[in-house]
Design a protein around this ligand. Sequence first.
Ligand SMILES: Nc1nc2c(ncn2[C@@H]2O[C@H](COP(=O)(O)OP(=O)(O)O)[C@@H](O)[C@H]2O)c(=O)[nH]1
Ligand SMILES: [Mg+2]
Length: 380
Amino acid sequence: MTPEAASAPTPTRELGVAELAVIIPTLNEYGNVAPLVERLDRVLADVAWEAIFVDDDSTDRTREAIYAIARRDPRVRSLHRIGRRGLASACIEGALASSAPYIAVIDADMQHDESLLPEMLRTLKSEPLDIVIGSRYVAGGGMGELSARRVRISGLATRLGRRILRAEIADPMSGFFMVRRDAFDRAVRNLSAIGFKILMDLFASSPEPLRFKELAYEFRRRAYGDSKLDSLVVWEYVMLVGDKLVGHIVPVRFLSFALVGGIGLVVHLGVLGTSLRLLGFPFEISQAAATLIAMVCNFTLNNVLTYRDLRLRGWGFLRGLVSFFLVCAAGAVANVGVGTVLFDTLALPWWAAGIAGAVVGAVWNYAVSGVFTWRKRAKA
Ligand SMILES: Nc1nc2c(ncn2[C@@H]2O[C@H](COP(=O)(O)OP(=O)(O)O)[C@@H](O)[C@H]2O)c(=O)[nH]1
Ligand SMILES: [Mg+2]
């Protein structure tokens, strides 16, 4: 036993030391905060627990609801993130804000069955396991009243997830689980922290296979408010899978940026052809219009897909658009400059010089727009 472990006090409620941290990501969950804490208090009566709400700058009164409880109950804490989005990163940062040896992740909306938490903890403490998963797909579990479309998408993602993880997890898409801190700590530096699927990320990021067990529960109806999921969750899942597969070679954001660039090229040629052939405008005007439209298109797509977590809105969108224009203009100069040097001076074939220039331009655009256009803001 290490000296630290020997001198560490056993978690006791008298000292207010938590054995179990319950991490609750929130985004506009005002009405769910108090009822959830009440339920935790009831089902975890025999456990030294703490709850950490990780709120991504909700615009309803979610934080007021959290503070109202936290000011009289030291077991409840709030972690307020500004200018950030993402369920997975919220859960990770919540876990990092605690030192409890057991970490549970549960949604705020009561869709996960909190009465399973004591059994999860007992199981994790008494069996040689790293993680216990609340599962909708083992006997006794269920999808509740989730719409047929959501059930279909979830089923597809689940099958893909199992294949990627090469682990026979019935419900790798579950957002309800409890993990030992040591297992979490071993994986934390490799986590992608993209999108919604934190459990899958943990499995894929752990240096050794996680020893797991699934406990059944029935997915319930959301208590208050609306789902934050939209169709882009599928895209985020693709980004997570991409990051796990090739993220160690090239950043998945860059791949998304390059993909958007490819779409921009198609748009450019479409506008150029239409303007030139169908509308009969001269080349310079057609090319200028195509460049402008393709840039707006690229900016908008990158804003929604590549930088979804830092998405610009309102005036921020317009400011971002202008800065993206300037960045891309400089990128075009670099592109032409490098291409010309390679073609003229080094006598590379035209297509090789062209590709090299385009790659330099794309890397420039990606790197510089990441700093100036979609920079992490201190203000939302
Ligand atoms: N902090 C944070 N929480 C989020 C974010 N998106 C969703 N959540 C929370 O994550 C939980 C699950 O989200 P929900 O919309 O219910 O997903 P669904 O159950 O799959 O429809 C809820 O507690 C949400 O408030 C986010 O970007 N940041
Ligand atoms: Mg939900």
